[in-house]
Each structure stands twice: as structure tokens, then as C-alpha cells.
Ligand binder design. Structure first.
Ligand code: A2P
Length: 347
């Protein structure tokens, strides 16, 4: 008989995304059998709570998955950890839902945003791994998909305003510490570890490793992952910028549609608002538009400032905002797991 509850491992249980995963599993009443929270030796013995029960963090080792009958293993401890340990979870019988960039572009690993390409989960068995896309990519493709279906996208240009949570707990703590140092008149002595420069009262046009083509790895993730998720080949250019916001990313997106299309702003609003997990906030007469203070701690992707280009009829400009830790990581991973369960139970 088909199992009705699922044993879940969380690798990176003490991290920003790991902690959020427990909250999301709780909120969606995920059919949890048991939880195996894993982190480095530093966190062993710390307690995590999920669905009213507490569990002690264990150390991630090569054989920790053995004999535990784990069904789903969420990995969120960095690419090198996924590279080294994901296969052990798969060998022990789990599906790995990986939040790092390590497997994303492998042709035998589905890269999934459940609202956009849920059908790709069907080939999860090729490797036993499903990849969770980059946070900036997830919230962007949720907005591109309904507009692509409506008008056919031919090019996208995006500038991001990315929160410090993208650099994990260390990034969030660094912003808070630097702000405290600012008010203590010692910002100039404050340590810059998580980012290349001071992030408090600053913006940094540099996220992830610089590439030979002049872009950064984060920018190229947006280019390559969008094509894989949407199955499209339109050109996309990204400028990724770190801003002193705690945990929601914002994006200014310019979308070019097929030559000859006359964009209807009202119709665009309608299809965006009707799309699963997308909410339109767009009334300039009342100063209403998406902002990080609205999206933080929610599972929605918000869009506003929807307006036609001044010069061309087939170009639309929009502004999207979503919680990076949730929509960009934990919630997307849990939504993948929910779809995976449905697939298994209908098999
Ligand atoms: P730990 O807290 O024990 O170092 P964040 O993205 O917020 O920085 O979190 C990173 C997560 O990855 C943490 O849970 C961290 O655990 C975990 N992690 C980092 N290095 C390792 C490792 N070598 N083995 C297992 N987990 C690790």
C-alpha cells in the first residue's frame, strides 16, 4: 500500500533556508512522518521544531541516511556539500530536492518552478535529484510565463535588487551588524566578510563570481536557468545588484514581445493576477506597488508598476518582488515536494 506520510531529511537545518523549511512544512501541513535535521558538527545537538515536535540536529556524514528510510532530502548547505553528499541520500532511497546551483544545469536533472514547469518533475528518477532554481530566477519566471503564453517573449532585460538573505545567515547578520556599527559611529571599522564591500547604506553591483564574459555567475544563472525552465531561447540580459534589504528580492524587468504585438496593460495585469501564487499590486494613484516590506514572510510573488514602453508597442516594463528565503528557496522546494508526492501517489 502507498505510504501516506514521508520521512524528510533537511541538510543545512541550522541555516536560513533550513529553518524556513521547517516553518513552511508546518504551515502547509506537509505529511511528515519523521524529520532528520542535518548540519555540520558545529550544530550537533541543537533542537529544531516542526509540526509540534522537536528533533536534535545530527552531523551530515556519508552514511547518516542509511537505514533511516528517508523519502525526501532537502539540501541547502551550499554547492560543495550537495556535490559530496546528495548521492548518498539518493543511494539510500530518497529523492533529493537540491537548493544549490550544483546540479541545476545537468541535462538529466529537472530544474523546477512548480507554477511554470511542473511536468519536468516526471523525469526525476533519471538521477533521483530535482533542482530548485536560483532565487532571482524563480520569482522572474513566475511573471514571465503568463506573459509569454499571452504574447510570446522575444527578449528580456532585468535588473535585480537582491536582499542579503541570499548570502545566508552570515549575510543577514553582516547587514544588521554594520547598521549597529553605523549608529555606534564605527561603521568604517565594521567587518566585510559576506560581501565584497560594505553593504549597509550601499548597493553592490556584484553577486557571485565574475565570469570571463563580463557578467557574474548570478547573472548567468538567470540567463541559463530561465531557458531551461521555460524551454525558450529568447535573449536575456541580467544585472544583479545586492541591496541592504533583509530578505526580499526586487526586480525591474523589461519584456519585449513578438514584433507586431500591441501590449494591452489591463490584459497583462489580468493574466498575471490569475497566475498561481502571483498577486498584482498596481495602483500608483494610491502609492500602491510591491515592496520588500509587503512580500517578506509571505509565499506570494508580487508584481506592479505594469506599464507599456513609451516608444514601442510590443514592450512592457514590470516590477516584481518576492521573499527570497521563501519563494526563492524553501517554499519552492516544498511545492516541488508536494508535486512529487502527487506524482508518486497517482502512479
Ligand atoms: P552549520 O550551522 O552547522 O555550519 P546559511 O545558508 O544560512 O549560511 O546556512 C548554511 C547551512 O549549511 C547551515 O545549516 C550549516 O550548518 C550547513 N553547513 C555548512 N557547512 C556544512 C558541512 N560541512 N556539513 C554539513 N552542513 C554544513
Amino acid at each position: 500500500m502507498e505510504k501516506k506520510t514521508y520521512n524528510v531529511a533537511v541538510v543545512g537545518a541550522s541555516g536560513a533556508v533550513g529553518e524556513e523549511l521547517f516553518r513552511v512544512l508546518d504551515e502547509v501541513s506537509f505529511p511528515v512522518g519523521s524529520i532528520l535535521p542535518l548540519a555540520s558538527a558545529r550544530s550537533v545537538g541543537e533542537e529544531v521544531e516542526c509540526q509540534g515536535k522537536s528533533y536534535k540536529i545530527e552531523e551530515l556524514t556519508e552514511d547518516v541516511f542509511q537505514g533511516k528510510e528517508i523519502d525526501i532530502a532537502f539540501f541547502s548547505a551550499g554547492g560543495s556539500i550537495s556535490e559530496k553528499y546528495a548521492q548518498y541520500a539518493v543511494d539510500a532511497g530518497a529523492v533529493v530536492i537540491d537548493n544549490t546551483s550544483h546540479f541545476r544545469m545537468d541535462t538529466d536533472v529537472p530544474l523546477v518552478v512548480p507554477e511554470v514547469n511542473p511536468e519536468d518533475i516526471e523525469w526525476w528518477e533519471e538521477r533521483g535529484i530535482i533542482a530548485n532554481p536560483n532565487c532571482s530566477t524563480i520569482q522572474m519566471v513566475q511573471l514571465l510565463k503568463p506573459l509569454h503564453d499571452l504574447y510570446g517573449i522575444t527578449r528580456v532585460d532585468v535588473s535585480t535588487y537582491q536582499a542579503v538573505s541570499g548570502a545566508g545567515k552570515e549575510g543577514m547578520e553582516e547587514l544588521v551588524r554594520q547598521m549597529q556599527d553605523f549608529f555606534a559611529f564605527k561603521l568604517s571599522e565594521s567587518e566585510c566578510k559576506a560581501f565584497t564591500h560594505q553593504i549597509a547604506l550601499n548597493v553592490i553591483p556584484h553577486i557571485d563570481v565574475p565570469q570571463e564574459n563580463g557578467y557574474t555567475k548570478e547573472e548567468m544563472k538567470m540567463v541559463n536557468e530561465t531557458a531551461k525552465i521555460m524551454g525558450t531561447e529568447f535573449p536575456l540580459s541580467a544585472t544583479c545588484v545586492r541591496v541592504p534589504v533583509l530578505r526580499s528580492h526586487s526586480e525591474a524587468i523589461t519584456i519585449h514581445f513578438t514584433e507586431g504585438v500591441h501590449v494591452d496593460v489591463e490584459k497583462s495585469r489580468e493574466v498575471l493576477d490569475a497566475f498561481e501564487n502571483v498577486t498584482v499590486i498596481d495602483d500608483m494613484s494610491k502609492n500602491e506597488y510591491p515592496m520588500p516590506i509587503i512580500s517578506t514572510d509571505t509565499d506570494e510573488t508580487y508584481v506592479g508598476r505594469i506599464r507599456k514602453d513609451i516608444y514601442a508597442d510590443n514592450i512592457l516594463h514590470i516590477w516584481g518582488v518576492a521573499d527570497q528565503v521563501r519563494v526563492g528557496a524553501a517554499t519552492n522546494a516544498v511545492r516541488i515536494a508536494q508535486k512529487w508526492i502527487k506524482l508518486k501517489e497517482n502512479a
